[in-house]
Design a protein around this ligand. Structure first.
Ligand SMILES: C[S@@+](CC[C@H](N)C(=O)[O-])C[C@H]1O[C@@H](n2cnc3c(N)ncnc32)[C@H](O)[C@@H]1O
Length: 181
């Protein structure tokens, strides 16, 4: 499988910080390799996600401020495919096999308020998670879970400082001893 990166379009400084942070956390937890926050630089969201990565491990990348059109065009020029998540797209179960087949790099685009109409033409696939309006976080979570066929739920992130110990009755966290330490 190639790299899978999420492109977050329409981020508004302050107003969308929490939702965009949750887009990033969801992408990271469910197996994506990174997020690009388009058009607006947001060092606060970047720092939050880097801190999570430092503590909980993995190799997740985050950048912000690059124009969305440039990101999509560069991705396609380098041979990658683009999935645009939208309530108006083709139903996920009908296209997921086709999306998985090329096994190259995949850019998954999610919006905020109004998505530029041009995005529908630039996408390799416009994909809906039900034909009902919902949240970009929910749509992204379902897409990644289908794409990875639930495998992201069992991944152990490398280079973690701390790890959550699953528990039925308490919050439990352990320090991870570095290899050779
Ligand atoms: C809260 S919605 C707003 C969409 C906006 N009203 C529009 O027409 O572009 C924000 C984002 O969530 C995602 N989204 C919402 N519903 C979806 C669905 N049913 N399937 C896939 N993605 C969805 C899309 O990426 C969308 O840009």
């Amino acid at each position: 499988m190639g790299r899978i990166v999420v492109l977050r379009i329409g981020h508004r400084f302050f107003r969308d910080s929490r939702v965009t942070t949750h887009v990033c956390l969801t992408a990271r937890a469910l197996g994506a390799d990174g997020v690009i926050i388009a058009d607006k630089e947001d060092k606060t969201v970047e720092a939050t996600i880097r801190e999570v990565g430092k503590r909980f491990g993995g190799h997740f990348s985050i950048e912000s401020g690059k124009p969305w059109r440039k990101s999509v065009r560069e991705w396609r020029r380098n041979g990658g495919k683009v999935v645009h998540l939208t309530a108006y797209g083709l139903s996920l179960p009908d296209v997921i096999q086709e999306i998985r087949e090329p096994s190259g790099d995949l850019l998954v685009v999610v919006g905020s308020e109004k998505m530029p109409g041009e995005m529908f033409k630039l996408a390799s696939w416009n994909v809906s998670i039900t034909s009902q309006p919902m949240s970009e976080i929910g749509a992204l979570a379902v897409f990644l879970d289908w794409y990875f066929e639930h495998r992201a739920l069992d991944v152990i992130f490398p280079n973690a400082q701390i790890r959550i110990v699953p528990s039925h009755d308490r919050k439990s966290v352990e320090q991870v001893v570095p290899e050779g330490g």
